[in-house]
Design a protein around this ligand. Sequence first.
Ligand SMILES: C[S@@+](CC[C@H](N)C(=O)[O-])C[C@H]1O[C@@H](n2cnc3c(N)ncnc32)[C@H](O)[C@@H]1O
Length: 479
Amino acid sequence: MSEPSMSYVSKSVLFPTEREKLFEKYKDIIETDFTLNRTLVSFQANKKEQFFRWFKYKEGFSKKLIDYFIEKYHPSNGHILDPFAGSGATLFAAREKGWDSTGVELLPIGIYNVEARLAAEKISLEKFKREVNSFWKSFDKITSDNSVIQHISITRGAFPEDNEINLNRYLTCCKKINDSSIRKLFEFAAFTVLEEISFTRKDGQYLRWDSRANRSYGNTEFNKGEIYDFIKVVKEKIEEIIFDLSPNQNLDLFPKEETKTELTDPKILQGSSLEVLPGMKSDIFDFVMTSPPYCNRYDYTRTYALELIFLNNNDDDVKKLRQTMLTCTVENKEKLNYLENLYTELNRASDFDFINSIYFSHPAMSEVNDILSKLNELGKLNNSNIPRMVKNYFYEMLFIIYEMYRLLKKNGTVVMVNDNVRYGGEEIPVDLILSDFAKIIGFKIKKIWTLPTGKGNSSQQMGEHGRSELRKCVYIWEK
Ligand SMILES: C[S@@+](CC[C@H](N)C(=O)[O-])C[C@H]1O[C@@H](n2cnc3c(N)ncnc32)[C@H](O)[C@@H]1O
């Protein structure tokens, strides 16, 4: 076992004693799992693995990671929950092992991915191929004056003109396809190439714009390289889909023919877990495998803005989604009143009071909130809403943890992937605080696995700030 480092201890004059105490409390169960290397955890390293090579949902789990944890902690099947289901990796991987699976996902992007995958499983490949042939003949007859894509302020001008015209022609042509699963797959092919055919690149927390789009953001010139022709790339995508769906590709994409009929399709509920979970019955799941948004300012609604408008979301829809997300950006507003009303309406006001009291009496949480407020007053944070974001991130996660506990059967297990973060030089031990919340609620904290190489430890950073490595973790909690 490798010795965990007390890396959250700040070098600042504000002594983080409550975090030190938490570290002492959990240090014996923090351990590096050397199998959790990049190939196992990260989507990018597993491109050939699955359906997810069709659409790059960068936040997605690899199938191997899910297989690994199910085999390790719950080899016999049952009912699995992923309250932040993304594009459904947990649900599909578990289904293949014979599990019933339920997911909750707020963004229509993840939901659309799941639907497209199910559509791909249902179609007749021969029929799909025939449709491809006739499709391009009808496409040639479509004129350019159909605007299926309706832009919003943050996407306007994202596509070169030719690509925008052809994308609209293509989507108009899709409407003529009668078979709904085949139509879905055609539309999905266009959905997957939006970034490639645009002036944008998904980059860090935002969508980065190529200077050729004439939307100047800051002074830095950015050239993303080739902007691909829509017709060329969508044809290639359709070829890729056909290739992957052809028998004997062995790409680990879909359930084997012989087991297909015995498996139950994953159920995915669109909405916020903060709202959906409280309405579910208690003691129904055996396992939770999930990765919530990290407390890292990553704004999914901006990164995936093109995909959101493709799915007919207007400005108001996108703003609403941004606010409904589990707080993870500096724009998110507090949800305390909303949660109080929700629990009161469900006749669960006492649960609300209990959860609320855990939060406001938690010493390490208070310490983090106080330190961030002080750093803010001193002008040490690069955005003044960071304290609000951190405060609300933990507040909302506490509700999620409470609900996961309630929804799990006795001995049920949670496997949660999450990263620690740092603001104004202060490390926030997300792993320790969330695990401590879980313990107060009743979970046994079995393990905090850390990934062998974290982030934030480049020699340059270490030199500048004396920083230590931030833990990237997988928490294992048992009811
Ligand atoms: C780290 S990603 C999970 C990715 C997933 N493990 C996968 O394999 O695709 C977190 C997900 O939580 C979703 N999310 C954010 N806030 C949510 C909420 N309040 N309710 C449900 N899902 C939410 C995001 O849209 C995102 O897809």
